[in-house]
Design a protein around this ligand. Structure first.
Ligand SMILES: Cc1cc2nc3c(=O)[nH]c(=O)nc-3n(C[C@H](O)[C@H](O)[C@H](O)COP(=O)(O)O)c2cc1C
Length: 191
């Protein structure tokens, strides 16, 4: 009998690198479980070069959120490949990385707002969804700078109650939650 390894497509959209690291952790777990994986930063690849989705046994898609929006590249991927995605949605995991999910009590709201509501518009209902807390790098030389940095500092002071947020990395990612998502996806593949 020919043994064919289960192959997972892992895609992500990121602006500041937080989602890239999450995607890397998910990929690590999937590989550890003995599956094959192919991973792409959606900003680095022409969508035409992403193979047909029926070549894969499962798909994971993640995006960082900025001003309520997915990254442009992730949105474009959803739009262009929606009919293929709908066919594989029972083996599909979708997550967002966002400030709103930093508080455990807000996770369900963030899932609804940034995943369910957005995907409903294109008729997509993936089996597994989650929202992970994000990170704000306010250290010298970070990509969050200028006016954006001032706004983020204001929000951190007001909403998070952090008195002096400047110059620090504020990381709200829960790696156990991320690992659990990857393990649940593996269970989905094994079903
Ligand atoms: C300018 C800016 C705007 C943001 N807007 C939102 C937002 O509307 N909702 C939210 O939940 N998080 C928001 N965040 C938090 C980001 O989602 C968080 O920093 C995340 O880690 C970014 O992911 P990325 O590094 O992969 O791009 C914002 C962050 C920045 C810097």
């Amino acid at each position: 009998m020919i043994s064919v390894l289960t192959k997972v497509l892992i895609l992500y959209g990121t602006r500041y690198g937080t989602t890239k690291e999450i995607s890397g952790e998910i990929e690590k777990i999937i590989l550890e479980k003995g599956f094959k994986a192919e991973s792409y930063n959606l900003s680095d690849i022409d969508l035409k070069n992403i193979p047909r989705l029926d070549k894969y046994d499962g798909v994971i898609l993640g995006s960082g959120i900025k001003i309520n929006r997915w990254t442009k590249a992730a949105k474009k991927f959803l739009k262009k490949r929606k009919s293929e995605l709908i066919k594989i949605q029972n083996k599909m995991g979708v997550y967002v990385c966002c400030g709103e999910a930093a508080k455990k009590s807000n996770i369900n709201g963030a899932i609804e707002k940034y995943i369910t509501a957005k995907l409903e518009d294109i008729g997509l209902k993936p089996s597994l969804v989650d929202a992970f807390g994000g990170a704000y790098d306010l250290r010298e030389g970070s990509a969050i700078n200028g006016m954006t940095k001032k706004i983020v500092i204001g929000i951190m002071q007001k909403e998070e109650g952090i008195e002096n947020p400047d110059g620090k990395l504020h990381d709200f990612r829960d790696w156990e939650q991320i690992k659990s998502f990857a393990n649940k996806f593996v269970d989905l593949l094994n079903q």
